[in-house]
Ligand binder design. Structure first.
Ligand SMILES: Cc1cc2nc3c(=O)[nH]c(=O)nc-3n(C[C@H](O)[C@H](O)[C@H](O)COP(=O)(O)OP(=O)(O)OC[C@H]3O[C@@H](n4cnc5c(N)ncnc54)[C@H](O)[C@@H]3O)c2cc1C
Length: 418
């Protein structure tokens, strides 16, 4: 259906955000192409939950029931220290029995989206790269490079991906959902400034007999944030912040995500460290540790673009913002941004709205991210706030699974406000 017409939008990147943008465009009948340099979609559970406010967006594509069926529902966030439970946020809604945070592997989210795109007649063009994007008020021009594997060398034979064929595409809009090293952001000369120091986490996934009780537990202990996520099938994920880690391993500073997995070369993720983290930071966790299926040290940068785009090129997701992992904010807000972009692009393309409407998109999301990044003052205690919560207000902000007014409501439950 879409392949035959000239595309009106090129979506660069087929992560969760790019795929949701493509779904929302297809739903509005907008011809598009979605291309990704990757060989296929992600194959692990990186970001692992859908915010309560994002599930209704999936209704539009008939995907919310399928997502909820595969998910583990989280109904509360418990805040702890080493000794005990200190506060709780309720994520449910008496008027909507299905409301929860849905814990679902990122690869499961992406495969749901890709199937829905296929059903809508949109095929993701894997191994294609968007490059050299230029834009003015009338249109955008971009190269789409088809990548192919080529054998190189004769001393030690190896193969690498090289550009096989290049097309120059002229389109009304480009969506840059191309992740933290965004070519769209770079092409538009948009700065990506740090909003805070990078954070390192030791992450472990294992089977446990603990009663996970439909709760995500955030533990402020060991000079950082630690999180226990319940996962489907009796598994859980513990993430422990490593406040001292960066200074020990400064040469990795340029990587956004330090993917140091397995036991070789990294004792921070050995069994002894797992036991030690639990004993020191969450001794109240008495669950068994069986079948450790994933262990890794991951680096999370905190950055924000100084604009969400201009003219005919607009960013969404990690291309525009990076933050800590606890609140799963970058992916979820990215999906909401992608949804907004499709709505506004349709208005400009087919309903006579002025291009300046796109500026509103940029301003609104930039101001929301400035708020979320604590750049506009952060969360503050309001009357009656528990002193322990007040002391952790800054750290709590990036742990909340919401944005906009829903974020204010969650914060208000524990006596915090902007
Ligand atoms: C190991 C790991 C653990 C993580 N854990 C968490 C967590 O616990 N909580 C959390 O919130 N987040 C976590 N994240 C981050 C989370 O995965 C991202 O926030 C999320 O994937 C962002 O989605 P996105 O679609 O914006 O970008 P991405 O998922 O990065 O997708 C961008 C896509 O663009 C493609 N691309 C790049 N350049 C081009 C180009 N020039 N042309 C075409 N395609 C291009 C890439 O191949 C990629 O598929 C983790 C990430 C990793 C790697």
């Amino acid at each position: 259906m879409f392949g035959k017409k000239s595309p009106e939008v090129i979506v660069a990147g087929a992560g969760p955000v790019g795929q949701l943008a493509a779904l929302a465009l297809a739903k509005r009948g907008i011809p598009l192409r979605i291309v990704d340099t990757g060989v296929w979609a992600c194959s692990h559970s990186y970001a692992l939950a859908l915010h309560p406010g994002v599930i209704p967006l999936l209704d539009e594509f008939g995907l919310s029931e399928a997502a909820l069926e595969r998910a583990y529902p989280v109904k509360t966030i418990g805040f702890y220290d080493e000794a005990e439970r200190r506060a709780q946020i309720d994520l449910t809604n008496p008027d909507d029995p299905r409301q929860c945070m849905a814990v679902l592997r990122q690869d499961a989210i992406e495969s749901l989206f890709e199937k829905a795109l296929n059903d809508a007649g949109v095929k993701i063009e894997w191994r294609h790269e968007v490059a050299d994007i230029a834009s003015n008020v009338d249109h955008a021009i971009a190269k789409v490079n088809k990548l192919q594997r080529e054998s190189r060398g004769y001393v030690v034979a190896h193969s690498e991906w090289v550009v096989g064929k290049t097309e120059k595409i002229d389109v009304p809009f480009v969506i840059g959902a191309d992740g933290y090293e965004s070519e769209a952001r770079r092409s538009m000369g948009i700065a990506f400034e740090e909003t805070g120091p990078a954070e390192y986490f030791a992450v472990f996934e294992f089977k446990t007999d603990a009663d996970l009780a439909n709760e995500m537990k955030v533990v402020f202990a060991g000079d950082g944030a630690n999180v226990l996520w319940p996962l489907p099938g009796g598994f859980c994920r513990w993430s422990f912040q490593l406040p001292e880690y960066e200074s020990r391993d400064a040469r990795r500073d340029k990587d956004r995500l330090l993917l140091s997995g397995g036991l070789t070369g990294n004792n921070m993720v050995d069994d002894a460290h797992l036991a030690q983290f639990i004993q020191e930071r969450a001794p109240w966790f008495q669950g068994s540790i069986e079948q450790i299926v994933w262990r890794m040290v991951v680096r999370f940068e905190r950055k924000l673009a100084d604009a969400f785009g201009r003219d005919r090129v607009w960013l969404a997701g990690d291309a525009a913002h990076l933050t800590g992992p606890v609140g799963v904010q970058s992916m979820n807000l990215g999906m909401a941004e992608a949804h907004d972009l499709a709505f506004l692009m349709n208005r400009v393309l087919h309903e006579g709205a002025p291009l300046s409407d796109m500026e509103t998109y940029g301003q609104q999301w930039l101001s929301e991210w400035r708020r979320l990044s604590g750049l506009t003052g952060g969360l503050k205690p309001i009357d009656g706030c528990d002193p322990w919560v007040a002391g952790h207000a800054r750290a709590i902000l990036s742990c909340l699974p919401a944005h906009g007014r829903e974020l204010d409501k969650l914060a208000a439950q524990i006596g915090l406000g902007f």
